[in-house]
Design a protein around this ligand. Structure first.
Ligand SMILES: Nc1nc2c(ncn2[C@@H]2O[C@H](COP(=O)(O)OP(=O)(O)OP(=O)(O)O)[C@@H](O)[C@H]2O)c(=O)[nH]1
Ligand SMILES: [Zn+2]
Length: 362
């Protein structure tokens, strides 16, 4: 293993020159525990060395906002000693982040230095061009390369899959779009070029579209990638000290963390709000700042309805917007709990398989 296997390149090397002179070491962050971080280094024997590290006061104080703080995927300069201290964060080459609607200053970095974002969808119930457009926007902002996979092709007629892929290509001419079936192992090989030494890949998309199934394929034997992958990367993956970056033995890095898993939820929330942007704008004309837009005097929205400029049904939906968003949040929480349960179960199953394999080899 070399630093390049973890995503290091010439640009980072150049920026690091003064840090080498201080005796600091390059490391990539694989976990954010808020106060401490997990970091990977390459030791003198060219093996991965995983350390618990902390941020220096300077790094903390120099950060102008949360987004400036080190995040998963970042490269940092580490001062190794009794405590391993992050002395500096290298400039991000890409940055996949969430920006709160309306507050451009509030940015939450989900993963830094991601090379490729693979959006997984299907040609059936998940297919939604508006959401896809939003994904393209956040991917473009991150600087990563967008790739789309229309999965579950076994469930829909070929024509439907192709039309879905075409419609997505029409949205974004530079995006590579593939039709796959993880279930039938069809088309998945097309993704192989994205799993190369030093390339960092994130999978996003709705719950149930097959992201985990796809990650398991990539991690598994289907591409003749060795079992040792799990030995290198699997360690404690689903415990609280999970690695959010999985380093593949045969090249490639996968980012998988709660932030990535939630991308669909918050993009949908934003889409929902935006659908009512015109009505939100109207509220500026309400007589009272705290207008509930129901029976309140001088309500600009009610006026618009009375003057037949606004469909009463949309007014009704607007009043329910907060409830709808609340429902989305509840759904997200429930889903998160289910994911935790499933990953725990999967971990136990995989761990057992791993032990079985070891026994057989011994
Ligand atoms: N028919 C069919 N089913 C698939 C395919 N890919 C995945 N599935 C199934 O779809 C279900 C959901 O797949 P997951 O991989 O858990 O989906 P996910 O995107 O990781 O979902 P979250 O973990 O909730 O984000 C599983 O039962 C998979 O076996 C496919 O190509 N065809
Ligand atoms: Zn009002």
């Amino acid at each position: 293993m070399t630093l390049a296997d973890l995503g290091w390149n010439d640009i980072f090397e150049k920026e690091f020159t003064p840090y080498y002179q201080n005796g600091w070491k390059p490391a990539r962050l694989i976990r954010d525990n808020k106060i401490t971080y997990g970091a990977l280094l390459i030791d003198a024997k060219k093996k991965i060395d995983e350390r618990e590290v902390i941020m220096s006061g300077k790094v903390y104080h120099d950060a102008e906002c949360d987004a400036d703080l080190p995040a998963v995927g970042d490269w940092v300069a580490l001062d190794l000693g009794e405590e391993n201290v992050i002395r500096a964060r290298l400039a991000r080459q890409t940055c996949f982040s969430r920006k709160a609607a309306g507050h451009s200053a509030e940015e939450q970095v989900i993963a830094a230095n991601v090379t490729t974002v693979i959006v997984v969808t299907d040609a059936g119930p998940d297919f939604n061009l508006r959401r896809m457009e939003r994904y393209f926007t956040i991917i473009a902002r991150s600087g990563a390369k967008p790739v789309v996979v229309v999965n579950k092709s076994d469930l829909y007629p070929e024509k439907q899959n192709q039309e879905a892929a075409e419609a997505i290509r029409a949205l974004h001419k530079d995006a590579e779009v593939f039709v796959t079936s993880v279930e039938k192992r069809k088309g998945v090989r097309a993704l192989k070029p994205y799993f190369k030494k030093g390339q960092t890949v994130a999978f996003i998309g709705s719950s149930g579209v097959g992201k985990s199934a796809m990650i398991n394929l990539v991690l598994g034997d289907d591409w003749q990638w060795t079992d040792e992958v799990n030995e290198v990367t699997g360690k404690g993956r689903h415990t609280t000290t999970a690695r959010e970056l999985l380093i593949l033995d045969k090249g490639g890095i996968i980012v998988d963390n709660p932030g990535i898993r939630e991308v669909q939820m918050w993009t949908d929330e934003r889409t929902l709000r935006e659908r009512f942007a015109d009505i939100s704008a109207l509220t500026l004309n309400c007589r009272f700042d705290n207008c509930k837009h129901g029976k309140d005097a001088g309500c600009a929205i009610r006026d618009a309805v009375e003057q037949k400029q606004l469909d009463p049904a949309r007014h009704e939906s607007f009043l329910k917007l907060d409830e709808e968003i609340e429902a989305l949040r509840r759904q997200r929480k429930k889903r998160q709990m289910t994911i935790e349960r499933i990953t725990k179960r999967d971990y136990h199953i995989r761990h057992k398989k791993h032990l079985d394999r070891r026994e057989r080899h011994e």
